[in-house]
Design a protein around this ligand. Structure first.
Ligand code: AQP
Length: 331
């Protein structure tokens, strides 16, 4: 079986619809066909300012959401990144293979640093994509399910794998991004030309899975659309409606063309009202499951400890090979 690895940051109180439809839904599906490794990337989370207590809570809530959404710890290796020290260790070696200019071209860093001011942005934020490459390469992953916003980082991971292999002999599998076109980018409900984002979206543009379902339903009903009436999928001219159709289709499994036919002669109001109901039906049981995973924290921590142990078996073998290749003495 080919291997898959992906991670998600514990940087918010809840995942949003973009995180779920762009990434986690694929994680769940890939369990049927691949050997899967999924992690809550808390090392990445400290690249921006955080509160220790909040981080610890969000790490558990993230793991609980993954379980509630269908990541099965018996079929997947589910773990927390900081519990596998090899991630930070490999990251250092890869940083030494990364050009300063190359890292400076990462658009996510440029955007975030521009917002924070370069004096306040941490060096960790700058090297973030290299740590991400270490996450992936440690597990010899063939495929990495992510949203469109991660494409450039994935390209860096591929370049680093190839560069290391050329220089030191074949060590890493060169990974491929696994991006599902229909849900690769879920847009902000209030600004449907920007991606839905934890840090950049306004409250009403962001649908969080753990938010009060009634509030999320209201956000959907007040999503920005154009002045037309016809429910057709036209991302260029009707970005808001197209985004709602993508979300609707992904949550129900109904094809977009089928939805267009179903809403022929009806208006945007009907589409939004129905999608709001679909969303409430989706999040309500997810929230119940999250709560029950969090209620038994000891069991949750045990699941994660077991995952970390399994992850370390693979990660330590890769790191040992890397250390040997670069010329470190045996440990
Ligand atoms: N809007 C989106 N559409 C599709 N996929 C998305 N992802 C994020 N936003 C969208 C995917 O979610 C996964 C987890 O991402 P992350 O842990 O890197 O989360 P993040 O980047 O903190 O989430 P945001 O909202 O993107 O935060 P900001 O904007 O603050 O950085 C990834 O696979 C990502 O592609």
């Amino acid at each position: 079986r080919l291997r898959v690895l992906s991670g998600i940051q514990p940087t918010a109180d809840s995942f949003h619809l973009g995180n779920y439809l762009g990434a986690v839904r694929q994680w769940v599906r890939l369990q049927d066909t691949h050997e899967t490794f999924y992690c809550v990337v808390d090392l990445h989370a400290i690249t921006v300012e955080q509160d220790p207590k909040v981080l610890r809570q969000r790490t558990r809530v993230s793991a609980a959401q993954l379980l509630a959404l269908g990541v099965d710890p018996d079929r997947s290796t589910l773990f927390v990144q900081s519990q596998v020290p090899e991630h930070a260790q490999l990251s250092w070696v890869l940083e030494c293979q990364t050009g300063f200019g190359e890292a400076s071209r990462m658009t996510q860093f440029k955007d975030k640093a521009a917002k924070q001011g370069t004096d306040r942005a941490s060096v960790g934020l700058f090297t973030y994509p290299v740590l991400q490459a270490a996450d992936i390469l440690l597990y010899q992953a063939h495929a990495v399910p992510v949203g469109e916003d991660q494409r450039q980082h994935l390209e860096l991971s591929r370049n680093l794998a190839q560069r290391f292999n050329n220089r030191f002999g074949r060590t890493f599998v060169v990974p491929e991004a696994h991006i599902v076109k229909d849900t690769a980018k879920i847009y902000d409900l209030q600004d449907p030309t920007s991606k839905m984002s934890k840090s950049a979206s306004a409250v009403n543009g962001l649908v969080e899975l753990l938010d009060e379902p009634k509030r999320s339903a209201k956000k959907i009903r007040s999503a920005v659309t154009d002045t037309g009436r016809e429910v057709v999928y036209d991302p260029e001219h009707k970005a808001g409606v197209a985004n709602l159709l993508s979300i609707y289709s992904a949550l129900t499994g109904r094809a977009i063309s089928e939805l267009e036919t179903a809403y022929e002669g009806k208006g945007y109001g009907d589409l939004k009202k129905d999608l709001a109901e679909v969303l409430v039906e989706f999040v309500t049981p997810v929230q119940e499951r999250v709560k029950s995973y969090l209620d038994d924290q000891a069991e949750l921590d045990k699941v994660l400890a077991r995952g970390a142990e399994r992850a370390r078996e693979v990660a330590s073998a890769t790191l040992a090979k890397v250390y040997d290749r670069v010329g470190f003495l045996p440990g």
